[in-house]
Ligand binder design. Structure first.
Ligand code: AMP
Ligand code: MG
Length: 330
């Protein structure tokens, strides 16, 4: 009997416990403030278990690099005195050097130096609507001019500026997890890290891991089924994390150009071989919206994007050229 389980915006159809090609181990931990569910198939129980431990350890390392909730290397930069250059540890400098160019590649839709906007809307608290002057000040403390990072040195040029790893931290952690699992030569694995999936290989007698993207407004309802093998799938939506002010909902994904939360139009799932890329691009495409986002994704067929638009009664699915190969039709 197959089991349908919902995890974040995705669901996983799990098979038996012991797969013919190896022993299948399931382990759940809490890391980076969210649940990490690991399903690993390896030649023996001890190898599968030690692979889950290796994953857990690299995820903890990613957290000590990128957390903005407790002390980390990034947190030190975010609290540096404005104007004071800070030498960045090489791992952080390399990662940010890879991440930051995506702001240009996405026309400014992806902007990690957007913490001042999150503060202005109090998205990590009760929520509030900023006054126009406050919004302008927060926009001034956001974007490339508010924090410069070059040649291994970071400078907060504006007070109030901070770099938010929310849109790429889980992807960075899953990339490290992917490397760990491959180094451990596991037969297959499926990780679900707070809604971002990493699929390695396939369970026994399958071509990949069957997962479902949930209806963004009714997470108990699977909307689209995907078959994933050696890729990561990251979903961005406003339906899970938001604040409510005077009866209006404001989601956690901001348009860095207007400084305002993006309306809750649905969800986008990005499928890519690199988990970091999937995470960055899913946030960016959510900001672009389904029309511009689909056009952008079609110009980048090496990755796939599935847009779910509208409400449960009339949910429309738009898949980019690169996504077609992953979609399971009924
Ligand atoms: P995700 O769930 O991967 O789409 O990331 C959303 C998180 O990224 C938010 O909770 C913020 O921490 C941060 N964020 C919000 N808007 C943006 C944006 N336009 N660019 C980069 N990071 C953002
Ligand atoms: Mg993201």
């Amino acid at each position: 009997m197959r089991r349908l389980e919902f995890i974040g915006l995705t669901a996983v159809v799990a098979g038996g416990i012991v797969a013919p090609q190896g022993i299948r181990v399931r382990r759940d931990v809490v890391a980076m403030g969210t649940q990490l569910q690991m399903d690993v198939v390896a030649g023996s129980r001890s190898r599968a278990l030690s692979a889950t431990e290796d994953v857990y350890q690299v995820v903890l390392q990613a957290d000590s690099l990128l957390s903005t909730w407790h002390p980390s290397q990034l947190d030190s930069l975010n609290h540096a005195a404005p104007g004071d250059p800070m030498a960045l540890p090489s791992g952080l400098a390399t990662l940010l050097g890879e991440v930051l160019p995506w702001r240009d590649s996405t026309g400014g839709a992806f902007e990690p130096v957007s913490g001042a906007l999150t503060d202005a809307w109090d998205l990590h608290g009760e929520g509030r609507v900023p006054l126009p002057t406050e919004l302008q000040a927060a926009l001034g403390s956001s974007g490339p001019g508010a924090m410069t990072i070059a040649d291994g040195v970071g400078v907060r040029t504006r007070s109030g500026a901070w770099l938010d790893s929310g849109a790429f931290g889980k992807g960075a952690a899953l990339r490290a997890a992917q490397r760990a699992l491959l180094a451990d030569s596991v037969d297959a694995a499926l990780l679900d890290f707070g809604g971002q999936l990493l699929a390695i290989g396939a369970p026994a007698n399958a071509r990949g891991w069957t997962v479902a993207i949930a209806d963004p407004q009714d997470r108990s309802r699977p909307a689209v089924r995907l078959l994933l093998c050696d890729v990561s799938a990251s979903t961005s939506a406003q339906s899970e994390r938001f604040v409510t002010v005077d009866g209006s909902r404001y989601g956690h994904i901001l348009d860095p150009r207007s400084g305002r939360p993006v309306p809750a139009w649905g969800s986008v799932t990005v499928i890519a071989a690199d988990p970091l890329l999937a995470d960055i691009v899913s946030t960016a495409l959510f900001v672009m919206g389904p029309e511009q986002g689909l056009a952008w994704a079609n110009r980048h067929p090496a990755l796939g994007a599935v847009f779910l638009v509208g409400d449960s009664s009339r949910l429309r699915v738009h898949a980019s050229i690169g996504a077609e190969q992953f979609i399971l039709r009924p």
